[in-house]
Write a protein that binds this ligand. Structure first.
Ligand code: ADP
Ligand code: DP6
Ligand code: CO
Length: 325
């Protein structure tokens, strides 16, 4: 197959990946855990073009920026190295989520690209190796190969992949308060955090502790504990980001208002917990039987969407939404 199309969903981290121990291999300073969504997919087609001298990358119907194209080429160089191929490719991708707004477009984007490129270049990779490959494009993409809850292991290249974990059944309400592209990418902001935040060493140890506690809470099917860890851990990440020099602040006033509203709802018996990735948009976890009440309560802060656990990246027939055989 020299052309392949794949679809992948974004994932929202409950225990965050924030910092690399190896920037080239994209190995994280600590493990992380996320929920792959059933909404906002990326669909990507990779078509090999034996005659071309460079890769082409179109994103959302327009030629992508030189930075985004360079990042795709760098990723395809890794695929070509594995495949023993020199062929350039035409990559066409569409994100249903806003790009670069903290709704994990790099996760769905590189999970879809890894899946489509592996097929187009004729690599026969299992899910674990696809997760390792996607990681090389964007760390969080390693987790979008996995259905539902996924843990991405820290460690060396061979062991740093994501795999499924079982945990409490939950839904997520995504509150989109701003779709604009962030001023500082996740990649640049996590590098600045490691280099300039005095809290960064404590962030690493606290993430390790949060992940261990989160895995216990998932194994115990304990939604309350999962939620408490999620919200505390998210605010700790934003504290580290805000303590950079020069500082970065991803949370907007409306994002903070959503965190406050969620805390107030909890006091009224609607048990929900908020988190936010590197951007102003907020994701709120809730038990399934209270999900619609939560969605209704958060209308007014932005555009609100109730989502559930979705599938890991898969090949699809071109121009169709249906998974292949
Ligand atoms: P986000 O919060 O959306 O993940 P990031 O800063 O992590 O934001 O990543 C945004 C970058 O990811 C984009 O500037 C682009 O380089 C890359 N990206 C986004 N969508 C895609 C896609 N569909 N295919 C390839 N790369 C993508
Ligand atoms: C806050 O995976 O986007 O969303 O590996 O440099 O591409 P790169 O960064 P990326 O970082 C995600 C950061 C986060 C937390 C998370 O998803 O775990
Ligand atoms: Co990202």
């Amino acid at each position: 197959m020299t052309t392949a199309t794949a679809r992948a969903f974004p994932n929202i981290a409950l225990v965050k990946y924030w910092g690399k121990q190896d920037e080239d291999l994209i190995l994280p300073v600590a493990g992380s855990l996320s929920l792959t969504l059933d909404a906002f997919p990326t669909t990507t087609t990779v078509a090999l073009d034996a005659g071309a001298r460079s890769d082409a990358f179109a994103l959302n119907g327009a030629e992508a920026s030189s930075d985004a194209t360079r990042r795709v080429t760098r990723f395809l160089d890794r695929v070509r190295e594995l495949a023993g191929s020199e062929a350039r490719a035409v990559v066409t991708s569409t994100n249903e989520a806003p790009t670069g707004a903290g709704l994990a477009s790099s996760a769905s984007g590189f999970a879809a690209l890894a899946t489509a490129a592996a097929a187009a270049y004729g690599l026969d990779l299992d899910r674990r190796d696809l997760s390792r490959l996607a990681r090389r494009g964007s760390g969080s993409a390693s987790r979008s190969l996995v259905d539902g809850l996924a843990v991405w292991h820290a460690g060396d290249d061979a062991h740093s992949y994501a795999e499924g974990v079982s945990g409490p059944d939950m839904r997520m309400v995504i509150v989109t308060v701003d779709t604009a592209q962030k001023a500082v990418s996740s990649r640049a902001a996590m590098r600045r955090s490691a280099l300039t935040s005095p809290f960064f060493p404590a962030w690493i140890s606290s993430t390790e502790e949060s992940l261990a506690a989160m895995l216990e809470a998932c194994a115990a099917d304990d939604f309350t504990r999962v939620g408490r860890i999620t919200e505390t851990h998210a605010l700790r990440m934003h504290a580290v980001i805000q303590s950079c020099d020069p500082p970065i602040r991803y949370l907007a006033p409306t994002s903070v208002a959503v965190f406050d509203a969620v805390a107030a709802l909890r006091d009224q018996g609607l048990e929900a917990y908020a988190t936010a990735d590197a951007g102003p948009n907020v994701a709120v976890i809730v038990r399934p039987d209270q999900a619609e009440d939560l969605r209704d309560a958060l209308q007014g802060f932005g555009s609100v969407r109730l989502v559930g656990a979705g599938a890991g990246a898969q090949l699809v027939a071109p121009d169709s939404a249906a998974p292949m055989g």
